[in-house]
Design a protein. Structure first.
Length: 496
């Protein structure tokens, strides 16, 4: 994608244009935009990275659980919902990153600058973030997959204690990984690249081996051709599918936090969340830094934006599409109907199918792949929640800045871990996962409008989003807002 295709409404003016309106938080500092690496393929891979973290977190329960179940139940004709969700979320992500690239602040900090003020929006996003991500649905999913992989059968009613114990182990393993490196973002990025490589290699292999060519075409048509929704569609399942086809909710907002910690554009002027257990006390500013609208800075902006577009379109957007495509293409070709599987058995059914027809080792390989799909999302979601709450508190509550933000991150992570160890014993995987999908819809609807307002109010006209991107944010708000209304109506009808 060429940077000139969007133009970014850039001006050739060399006169500084200070931004006076800074909303409900203190005014930004001022400095020049750092020089990006010259644009090239090699430098592309040196620069991008946030999209890999978000992709690893995105390829999870939606692809392993919700996508296959929805497709098997309603047919491939419903897959265009996933395509729409991924396209809208790509626009959403880039517009969240736009604010961070200009100010160095996460997008939620920008939202807290809006009326009615930082205290209201900080508590709103803390509470709704906890509601979405605090319940360890994916850790429970990992536990059921690991049990089946190593015991050789699906877990039953008498296996609850063993599954829950494995779930606790998964939660603690994720905590250990997050606290293992000097910079948490760098640890996540390296782990994400490794998990992505394993997952896609396995999925491509088994699709080639087990899926007829005609099915590939049918699945592609389902993603690309809009068809009428079934009359009897489960609105909760559909809403969860639409949200988790991408990242769904708080994870989309967190992309801007990773852009900052990666040092993208003005993010390098602000600092990052360091790992206190690794002895890193990296300073993080509570207020961002903006750059004057000079010709030199605007030229640098074009290059930074080009890297950002490729990070979110070629890496995250295409990766989400392929991840969903490969998972549902395989499941729809192997599983005969929704009557023979549920959320706990779909993966095991595919594993047994491939093991019986070609090689017994596919039982273990398929379930290990399922583990990495679910674990990558659990790991990412854990960081998303703690990172978001940490950044919100860092910006909104001056008292927490008496100690390094790494201490705050570690403290919140400890509290979440205690809750997760308790919550993993509550409900089955699908029940817990639907909570994530349901809450994601109002987050996307509300935040899309707020991102539009932030980017058109606080950013200079030279770096504001063009009209078609603004329209994309409104379409995102309408789509997920409509889904939220449908969920509320469905709940009302069930209560009558």
């Amino acid at each position: 994608m060429r940077a000139s295709a969007e133009s970014l409404s850039l001006s050739t003016s060399t006169s500084p244009e200070p931004v006076v309106d800074h909303g409900s938080l203190p005014a930004w500092e001022r400095d020049d935009l750092p020089e990006p690496l010259p644009f090239s393929l090699g430098n592309l891979f040196r620069t991008i990275g946030p999209g890999a973290i978000l992709l690893a977190a995105a390829i999870g329960g939606g692809e392993w659980i919700i996508g296959p179940l929805t497709t098997i139940k309603y047919g491939r004709g419903i897959l265009w919902v996933a395509t729409l969700g991924i396209v809208l979320q790509t626009i959403f992500n880039l517009e969240a990153a736009r604010y961070t690239m200009y100010t160095g602040e996460p997008i939620i900090t920008g939202i807290m600058r809006l009326r009615p003020g930082s205290k209201i929006w900080s508590w709103f996003y803390i509470l709704i973030g906890v509601a979405q991500l605090a319940t360890p649905a994916l850790a429970k999913g990992c536990a059921t997959v690991l049990f089946a992989a190593f015991v050789g059968r699906l877990s039953g009613a008498g296996d609850d204690a063993a599954v829950n114990a494995i779930g606790v182990g998964v939660i603690l393993f994720a905590v250990a990984l997050l606290m293992s490196g000097k910079h948490i973002e760098k640890v996540l990025e390296l782990l994400s690249w490794a998990m992505i490589a394993f997952i896609f290699s396995f999925l491509i292999l088994v699709n080639v081996l087990f899926v007829p060519v005609g099915h590939w075409i049918q699945t592609a048509r389902g993603f690309l051709v809009v068809q009428r929704l079934p009359d009897n569609v489960d609105i909760i399942l559909l809403a969860t599918f639409a949200a988790t086809a991408g990242s769904g909710g708080l994870g989309n907002l967190a992309i801007s936090n990773w852009f900052r910690d990666k040092g993208f554009a003005m993010g390098s002027k602000v600092g990052a969340i360091g790992n206190v257990l690794a002895g890193d006390q990296t300073g993080l500013k509570s207020v961002g830094v903006t750059f004057p609208m000079t010709a030199e800075n605007l030229q640098r902006w074009r290059v930074w934006w080009r890297y950002a577009v490729l990070d979110q379109t070629a890496l995250w957007g295409v990766g989400c599409f392929l991840g969903m495509y490969l998972n549902v293409n395989l499941a729809a070709s192997i599983i005969p109907s929704a009557d023979v599987v549920n959320e706990a058995t779909a993966g095991a059914y595919q594993a047994k199918y491939m093991a019986d027809r070609l090689w017994q080792g596919f039982w273990l390989l398929t379930l290990i792949n399922g583990f990495w799909i679910l674990f990558s999302t659990h790991l990412g979601n854990t960081d998303v929640l703690i990172r978001t709450v940490s950044d919100i508190c860092w910006s909104a509550f001056p008292s927490v800045r008496r100690r390094p933000i790494g201490v705050l991150y570690a403290t919140l992570l400890g509290g979440l871990t205690i809750w997760a160890v308790i919550a993993v014993h509550l409900g089955n995987v699908l029940q817990l996962f639907k909570i994530l999908g349901i809450v994601a819809n109002p987050i996307m609807a509300i935040a899309a409008i707020q991102i539009w307002r932030v980017n058109t109010r606080f950013l200079p006209k030279q770096v504001r989003p063009p009209l078609w991107r603004q329209a994309g944010l409104f379409l995102c708000a309408i789509a997920y807002g409509s889904m939220t209304v449908a969920l509320l109506y469905d709940s009302y009808q069930k209560l009558k």
